[in-house]
Design a protein around this ligand. Sequence first.
Ligand code: ATP
Length: 233
Amino acid sequence: MTLLSIRDLTVYHGQLRAVDGLSLEVERGEILAIIGANGAGKSTLLRAVAGLNPPASGSITLDGTDITRLPAHKRVSAGIALVPEGRRLFRSLTVEENLLAGAYRRRPGAWNLARVHELFPWMADRRGQNAAQLSGGEQQAVAIGRALLSNPALLLIDELSLGLAPVVVRRIYEVLPDIVTAGTTALLVEQDVSQAMRVADRLHCLLEGRSVLRGRPRELTPEQVEHAYFGIG
Ligand code: ATP
C-alpha cells in the first residue's frame, strides 16, 4: 500500500531547478533510499516532503491526503518526521530533553522514551548529559529518537551516515528494521551507495533533480548504478 506519493514535483532554489518533475512512491513498511551525487537534489526533495522547501508545481500525498501546501508543523501532526542533515540538536539541552522535544506534536502510537531506550540503551544511562558532549553518531541516534517520539508514519533521514564513524552508522542501520517493524516507514538520503544498497528495500538514484534509476538493490547491477549516479550514457 502506498504511504507517500510524489507526482511531478518541481522545486526551485532561486533560478535553479533543484528537483525537476520528479515522481516517486513510498510503500508502507519499506525502507526507500535516495542516492545521487552532490547537488542532485536529494536534500531538497526530503525537505519538500517535510514542508521546508515549497514546490513550484506537482503534488505530495500522504496516505491519500494531499499535503502539498500543508505547513511543516502540521506535517508532523500528519505523520512526517525529518531527521535533518547535521542533526540539529539543542546542544545545551540534555539527551533526554532533546528526545522529549520530539514529543511536542506527538501522535498516538507505539513510540515512547522507553522504546527509544530499548533501541539505544546508552541513551538511558546518559540521559542527563548535554548533547554537545555526544559524538556525531550519538547525536544522529538522538535525532532519530527525537523524530520517533512524534510517532511518525514516515521517517525522513537526511544524509544518515555523512561524517560519522562507521561503527555508529552500523548500529543505526541495525535498528532501522526494528523501527520499520514497529510501524514506521523510512525514506532516507544516503551518500554512501553501498550502504544504501545493503539497507534499502528499494532505491532511487537522482541526477540533476530527476529520478534516473529505481529498483530493488539486488535487481540492479553496479554498472547501472554507477552510470545513473554519474550521468553516463
Ligand atoms: P548534497 O549531497 O550536496 O547535499 P543534494 O543531492 O542533497 O546534495 P541539494 O542539497 O538538494 O542536493 O541541492 C540541489 C541543488 O540546489 C544544488 O545545486 C545546490 O547547490 C542547490 N541548493 C540547495 N539548497 C540551496 C539554497 N538554500 N539556496 C540556493 N541553492 C541551493
